[in-house]
Write a protein that binds this ligand. Structure first.
Ligand SMILES: *[C@@H]1O[C@H](CO)[C@@H](O)[C@H](O)[C@H]1NC(C)=O
Ligand SMILES: *[C@@H]1O[C@H](CO)[C@@H](O)[C@H](O)[C@H]1NC(C)=O
Length: 157
């Protein structure tokens, strides 16, 4: 009985995934068109244990950024739904500022969310990371799933 419970909880942990499509998440993003992709189950904050890559996406200050992410596998809590949070942080001082919060409305696995946020007036030429978390509020899943993308801001022309 105990073994079964442990197996069940491991199985449940696998049922909750997040991938950041645009700007692209750090590291690989393979097999994401299939539910339960390994690249969508990163549970260590702030960036799933992934280090900054060589590439970053640059935006103008105050520009509108479309953030596109995928609920790779659904783990909806009907009683008390979880949420997705989009934040921005300077790479050096990890202090995320929340740009948008999206409720988990029970969308199916592989659902893609597109959210428009405004790039804040950060000092130009400082490296940041955009972070998306999925906090499913589900006792049978990790507290949060993390993805980050490296971004920078340029002065507006
Ligand atoms: C960003 O979007 C807002 C609201 O949709 C709009 O009012 C604003 O002009 C946009 N900013 C830019 C720089 O496009
Ligand atoms: C859903 O949320 C409620 C209220 O926070 C909690 O009591 C319940 O355990 C959650 N359900 C699951 C499956 O975790």
């Amino acid at each position: 009985m105990k073994v079964l419970a442990v197996l069940l909880s491991l199985f449940a942990v696998g049922h909750c995934h997040l991938c950041l499509l645009s700007p692209p998440q750090r590291g690989s993003m393979s097999g994401i068109n299939t539910p339960a992709a390994n690249d969508c189950i990163l549970t260590t904050g702030p960036c799933g244990g992934r280090q900054p890559g060589r590439d970053a996406t640059f935006y103008g200050r105050g520009e509108n950024i479309t953030v596109t992410f995928m609920k790779n596998l659904d783990h909806y809590n009907k009683t008390n739904p979880g949420k997705f949070v989009i934040s921005l942080s300077e790479r050096q001082t990890v202090a995320p500022k929340v740009l948008a919060t999206v409720p988990d409305a029970g969308e199916p696995s592989l659902h893609i969310y597109s959210v428009k946020v405004m790039a804040p007036m950060e000092p130009p030429n400082t490296m940041h990371f955009l972070q998306v978390t999925y906090e499913p509020n589900n006792a049978q899943a990790p507290k949060a799933f993390y993805q980050c993308s490296d971004v920078g801001f340029e002065p507006r022309p």
